[in-house]
Design a protein around this ligand. Structure first.
Ligand code: BGC
Length: 743
């Protein structure tokens, strides 16, 4: 979160709440055993109801807001009990309810640097999405859960699930791509892995927080059907395929109301239609009222108590807010604590398994880097046949870039491009993880001469490339929360650098470190391209394993790479007037009543990502679902069995000469009366095949994925008619097709 303007926060706060609450110990175990609700054979709801009955109004209110955060200790005397994370909620020691210690944890545990603690940086969330691997996603969540507990946290603020409707969104790296089924299934797996470690999981930012520019002011206009079939569907699947305990509502307005006081989003959809039993917490400073937000379904304000402290208490005392409403908020929070096990099995601080973390991070990156181009089987490189390699690119001698903002994991030892030092990284600082491509490549090719050039002088880099057998360029595009990319072009004249190096050496391979798609004016000039994303603590080793063939790439794009920004649904990002933009950047000032709204209208509706390019007949650079391997696959024998959940069977054969894993994708087209884009992803299977091996695969399709959302009936509806089922290795290469009639 932004730190500018934080001192203003104090003005808004009163301390009265604190003196009515007993100081609680930071230990999570205070006296839990003495109470009837300690009986873990009771259901989480039963246990929560028993506690709520015993609570005073002050105790109830104390659970409905944060009590300070890292770097803001002055905000509250109780913040000394905070573990140093983004959020801290006092417990109720009298009743054996421990505090909630929250940390940001998008691709690893944030904020470790301040306390000198180590966290593993996993590849960015968008990379996890590129693996299309539910088991890897589960391991991703489990690792974060273990490291949170080892650092004394019992709640994660991760689970970014916003669709990539706007690829220039500075948080694209924190999200899971442009398709709701892919994003929803993956976030559910991450959360299952995380919550199994007895940590409260949350998914965010609900909803339609698809751009960062003016995020506290923007009013997103979208029709309900499109919203339910796109951004909201990702959350719906995420919630229903797991038991996520918390949902963070977003900063923006949706169809007129702020997301954190939006009855349609919070009550009608989330709590009623989806039957969500957990609690809703506001994004940091995203609460704008007490009565309205509480009635709309917000359960908890973060990081302080502008509205859900004295204001809410007075509203209850004067009868403006029924106590039953407050009880429901409290019940949801307690229920989530019991359900995830944070009361029965509180976190135990311990030593993080650094080596184990490295292994997981590397394994996930190896499954996540997408091979986009490989002319004349340029890759994998044969170390025994190469005498000289040029490694070119900003900081490719020392590190790989990571995504910024509240998701930032601090590298222990600091930023690889800075002198070694202790301390937390700064908001929106480019952080390079100490995983060195140069070293990793030298290790793979010990007999070759491997030289480095930063690329700051393209002519010098081109000269080095010319005198080398192979040129490996590490290009990057950094992004962060709180900003959007000006464009999808590589910054710092890297397009020019790549063009010059490629002109000097026909064996030029580009490794891209990015969170969003990038445009590639040089695409035809280079022989290989690997999208490595923000590659995490062991990124360089994983990339080197792919470049030299120890690992056969298998990942597929979770986002379309467009040819140019002119092809996007919104060729430019709508921004608010400068004054609003400035106010938006002033951090907490935004709390006072919200900012004047500016309008962004998502006329493209459900046509997010590939659905847009398909419907508009726009050719793309690399399509959704695309990715190469060092082997090849063929598809045959499609059979679709209609029924409630149609079953799609087919055979995948590895037709090459090495083992690999193919992500076999299943798409469907709906009957014309449904008025939908040409196709949508309805399932997939990751199939491991040795050379020459065939396997029959069956994908059962959830009927919801074939349905449209009927707004009048407020329900999913399968339109009777002909459905085309298409199967293949990318959204634009679907060799198998069968049409069946569904009723
Ligand atoms: C971000 C959230 C984050 C929170 C706490 C906000 O600015 O939007 O994603 O969890 O800060 O750091």
């Amino acid at each position: 979160m932004p730190v500018r303007g934080l001192s203003l926060l104090n003005r808004f706060f009163t301390l009265t709440m604190f003196f009515s609450i007993a100081l609680c110990p930071s230990s999570a175990q205070s006296g839990g055993d003495a109470h009837a609700w300690s009986n873990s054979s009771l259901s989480p709801d039963e246990r929560a109801s028993m506690v709520v009955k015993e609570m005073t109004l002050d105790e109830k209110i104390s659970l409905l807001h944060g009590t300070g955060m890292a770097g803001l200790s002055a905000m509250s005397p109780l913040a000394i009990h905070s573990n140093g994370g983004a959020g801290f909620v006092v417990g109720v020691p009298r009743l054996g309810i421990p505090p909630i210690q929250m940390s940001d944890a998008a691709y690893g545990v944030r904020g470790s640097g301040e306390n000198g603690r180590y966290s593993t940086a996993l590849p960015a969330d968008v990379a996890a999405a590129a693996s299309w691997d539910l088991d890897a996603a589960r391991e991703y969540g489990a690792l974060i859960g273990r490291e949170l507990r080892a650092q004394g946290y019992n709640m994660s603020l991760g689970g970014g699930t916003n669709l990539t409707r706007e690829p220039r969104n500075g948080r694209t790296f924190e999200y899971l791509g442009e398709d709701p089924v892919l994003a929803g299934k993956l976030v559910a797996s991450v959360m299952k892995g995380l919550q199994a470690e007895h940590v409260i999981g949350d998914i965010k930012h609900y909803a339609l927080n698809d751009q960062e520019s003016g995020r506290n002011a923007v009013n997103v206009n979208i029709d309900k059907r499109a919203a339910r079939e796109s951004d909201l569907l990702a959350f719906e699947i995420g919630l229903q395929d797991s038991d996520i305990a918390a949902v963070m509502c977003s900063y923006n307005r949706v169809n007129g109301d702020y997301a954190c006081e939006n009855k349609y989003l919070l009550t009608d959809v989330l709590k009623k239609d989806w039957n969500f039993k957990g609690f809703v917490l506001s994004d940091w400073g995203g609460t704008h009222s007490a009565e309205k937000a509480s009635a709309a379904g917000l359960d908890h304000e973060e990081p302080g108590w502008i509205f859900f402290g004295d204001q809410l208490k007075s509203a209850v005392e004067s009868g403006k807010v029924p106590i039953a409403e407050v009880d429901d908020h409290v019940h949801r929070i307690l229920r989530s604590m019991f359900a995830t096990g944070v009361i029965d099995d509180p976190p135990q601080k311990g030593v993080v398994d650094v080596v184990g973390g490295f292994e997981v991070a590397q394994k996930i990156e190896e499954q996540s880097a997408v091979l986009l181009k490989n002319d004349h089987a340029q890759l994998p490189l044969d170390a025994s046949a190469i005498h000289s390699i040029a490694v070119i690119g900003p900081h490719a001698d020392v590190g790989m870039i990571s995504g910024g903002g509240s998701a930032q994991v601090d590298p222990s030892g600091g930023n690889a491009i800075m002198p070694p030092g202790k301390g937390r990284t700064h908001w929106q600082e480019k952080i390079w993880f100490p995983t060195s491509p140069l070293k990793a490549i030298r290790a793979k090719a010990p007999t070759a001469t491997v030289k480095f050039d930063s690329g700051s002088d393209p002519a010098a880099a081109a000269a080095l490339a010319k005198s080398s057998d192979v040129a490996l360029i590490f290009a990057y595009q950094w992004e962060s929360e709180g900003m959007d990319l000006d464009s999808l072009s590589l910054p710092e004249h890297q397009d020019d650098l790549i063009a010059k190096v490629a002109a000097a050496n026909p064996h030029t391979i580009v490794v891209i470190e990015s969170g969003s798609p990038v445009t590639m004016p040089w695409v035809d000039q280079v022989s290989g391209i690997l999208e490595a994303w923000y590659a995490g603590s062991r990124g360089a080793e994983a990339v080197a394993n792919i470049l030299f063939g120890d690992v056969n790439p298998s990942a597929k794009l979770p986002n379309t790479f467009p040819k140019s920004e002119a092809d996007l649904p919104h060729p430019t990002i709508v921004k608010p007037p400068k004054a609003t933009m400035d106010a938006d950047h002033q951090g907490w000032r935004r709390i006072a009543g919200g900012l004047p709204a500016f309008q962004v209208t998502y006329n493209e509706g459900v046509k997010v990502g590939y659905k847009w390019y398909d419907a508009e007949n726009k050719p793309v650079l690399f399509p959704f679902g695309y990715g190469l391997s060092y082997t090849t696959y063929s598809y045959s024998s499609l059979k679709v069995t209609p029924g409630k959940s149609p079953s799609v069977s087919f055979t995948v054969t590895n037709t090459g000469n090495r083992a690999g894993a193919e992500i076999a994708e299943v798409y469907a087209s709906l009957p014309p009366t449904a008025s939908e884009p040409p196709k949508r992803l309805v399932g997939w299977s990751k199939v491991k095949l040795s050379a020459g091996e065939s396997q029959e695969v069956t994908v059962d399709v959830d009927p919801k994925y074939l349905s449209i959302f009927n707004v009048e009936q407020n329900a999913w509806q399968l339109i009777p008619g002909d459905y085309g089922f298409m199967v293949g290795g990318s959204s634009q290469k679907l060799p198998l097709k069968e049409t069946v009639n569904l009723k």
